[in-house]
Design a protein. Structure first.
Length: 506
């Protein structure tokens, strides 16, 4: 039996080559998953091998082998990078451009809004192939974004994406400053729709847009996380909803920071009129990742559980795909296939940065360099959860998600503590206060769910302020009082490390 053989290889590897096992673990899990799925279908040997090759053809995401095509999802970090590039210019105009990128995107789920010169010749279904050409005369593949009735003149066409991350899609416009139009439909030409040629016109610069945006992760939270999904309401999201009193708390935070205004939360509010551009920059670029994207990562894992069919080996593609999307949004495309980089923009990079500050890098969480223990643990669990979902082990996958979610908040606590120390002990100013405030905003609802009084102490010390009064020890003690309730330990957080004395800060 092939599956038994694969499991035996893993067991032998664990006994004789412990280090090698860690590097092989993800591939073996997915090899077993692919073989199990193929065998369940009763396919011929040739068909099973073809399916296996397809299954293993997707590039790794920081060491995780996805079971579905998610290159377009991983590319969302390019919006974050483009937004940060504009913010770094530190002008009112560049902030407005960054806000456009935040709200309108450009790198993920790109589409063309096409106006046909004559209405559709026949009805077409969502997903139906639509072919055209770019300015160089090369074929461009797309698909209908929705069902469209004959006679309609305006249609939305999603551009096709590939399995190769570096060239996943080559029409990237939206609100971007640096655009890519090589893969866009030519400005006016002919599309082949349902086998029929139809002339069209559109504006390459303004009619190429993006449907997946960082803002959308929060503006759509009510229906995707609280009252419009199979498993709604999702527990982690409800902690944030109950604390802030609104579904789109992340969007409100980021928009207020862009505009120099104030939020209207029930608690945990922020008044960004107290900051200049430097402080608002930190609140924005960290808020988009720690507030918008983090909760959407958790949402994708919950969505995967919603889609899981018990004990099904062949009907869980949607579940695995949602899981893969969660890995993508956690990691991004810049991290590459191995996750060894210093310029990532999302949560994977954050965990690796903070572990170096708290001596929680490495598999055992005692090193100052390398991959964080958080990422080691999470990527083991990502692999385990994907295997469970593909095998229809839905309850086991649910337990895996519950193991994962506390780990997402470890870097948020570390970041809060780091900047509490900088403001209190090192006379940190607006930038340090802003960084501490956004880290705190990303974990305060979880603390509040365990202890409202501890959350109050942390907020009072870490809130947005032009004249902060921060007590590092009070913040540390408040966090430590809720570690057990959060499902984490002091060892998970570590201690703030001082390179100068090769010891922990007091």
């Amino acid at each position: 039996n092939l599956i038994t053989s694969v499991q035996s290889v893993e067991l032998t590897t664990q006994t004789s080559f412990t280090i090698v096992k860690k590097t092989m673990k993800l591939s073996i899990a997915f090899l077993a998953s692919a073989l199990a799925s193929a065998n369940a279908d009763g396919d011929s040997a040739a068909a099973r091998m073809a399916q296996l090759r397809r299954h293993l053809s997707f590039s790794d995401i920081a060491g995780y082998p996805p079971g579905s095509q998610v290159t377009d999802h991983c590319a969302l970090d390019l919006d974050q990078a483009a937004m940060q590039a504009q913010l770094s210019l530190m002008t009112p105009d560049s902030f407005q451009q960054a806000q456009q990128i935040y709200n309108k995107g450009g790198h993920s789920k790109s589409y063309a809004l096409i106006t046909l010169t004559v209405g559709l010749a026949s009805d077409i279904k969502k997903g139906e192939q639509i072919l055209g050409k770019n300015a160089a005369g090369t074929q461009v593949n797309g698909k209908a974004a929705a069902d469209y009735e004959s006679g309609l003149q305006q249609i939305k066409v999603y551009y096709a994406t590939t399995d190769v991350q570096e060239s996943y899609m080559t029409c990237r416009v939206g609100a971007l400053v640096d655009t890519m139009t090589d893969g866009c439909f030519v400005a006016d030409g002919v599309l082949t729709i349902d086998g029929k040629e139809q002339s069209y016109v559109y504006d390459v610069a303004t009619d190429n847009k993006a449907d997946r945006t960082i803002a959308g992760f929060s503006t759509g939270a009510e229906t995707k996380m609280r009252n419009g999904c199979k498993g709604c309401p999702y527990p982690d999201f409800m902690d944030f909803y109950n604390y802030y009193g609104t579904d789109d708390y992340a969007h409100q935070w980021v928009q207020a920071a862009f505009e120099g205004g104030r939020t209207t939360f029930n608690r945990g509010g922020a008044d960004f009129s107290q900051y200049d551009l430097e402080g608002r920059d930190q609140a924005i670029k960290k808020g988009t990742v720690y507030l918008n994207i983090l909760m959407y990562v958790i949402r994708e894992l919950e969505d995967a559980l919603d889609d899981c069919e018990l004990q099904s080996l062949d009907n869980n593609y949607n579940s695995v795909h949602a899981w893969d999307e969660g890995v993508c949004f956690y990691t991004g495309s810049i991290e590459g296939v191995d996750g060894v980089t210093s310029d990532g923009k999302l949560l994977h990079q954050l965990a690796d940065k903070r572990c170096a500050n708290f001596r929680t890098c490495g598999e055992d969480g005692t090193s100052l360099e390398g991959k964080s223990k958080v990422n080691h643990d999470l990527f083991d669990l990502f692999a385990e959860g994907s295997f469970q979902l593909s095998s229809g082990e839905c309850q086991a996958a649910r337990r895996t998600v519950r193991q994962m979610t506390p780990k997402f908040f470890v870097p948020m606590i570390q970041g809060t503590l780091r900047y509490a120390y900088k403001v209190d002990k090192l006379q940190g100013g607006e930038v340090e206060n802003a960084e501490g405030a956004v880290f705190a905003a990303a974990v305060l609802p979880k603390v509040y769910a365990v202890s409202p009084s501890a959350a109050g102490i942390i907020y009072d010390n870490m809130k947005v302020s032009s004249n902060p009064s921060t007590d590092f020890v009070a913040v540390k003690n408040a966090f430590q009082s809720v570690y057990a309730g959060l499902g984490i330990t002091c060892a998970d957080i570590g201690g703030l490390w001082f390179d100068g004395t090769q010891d922990y800060y007091e």
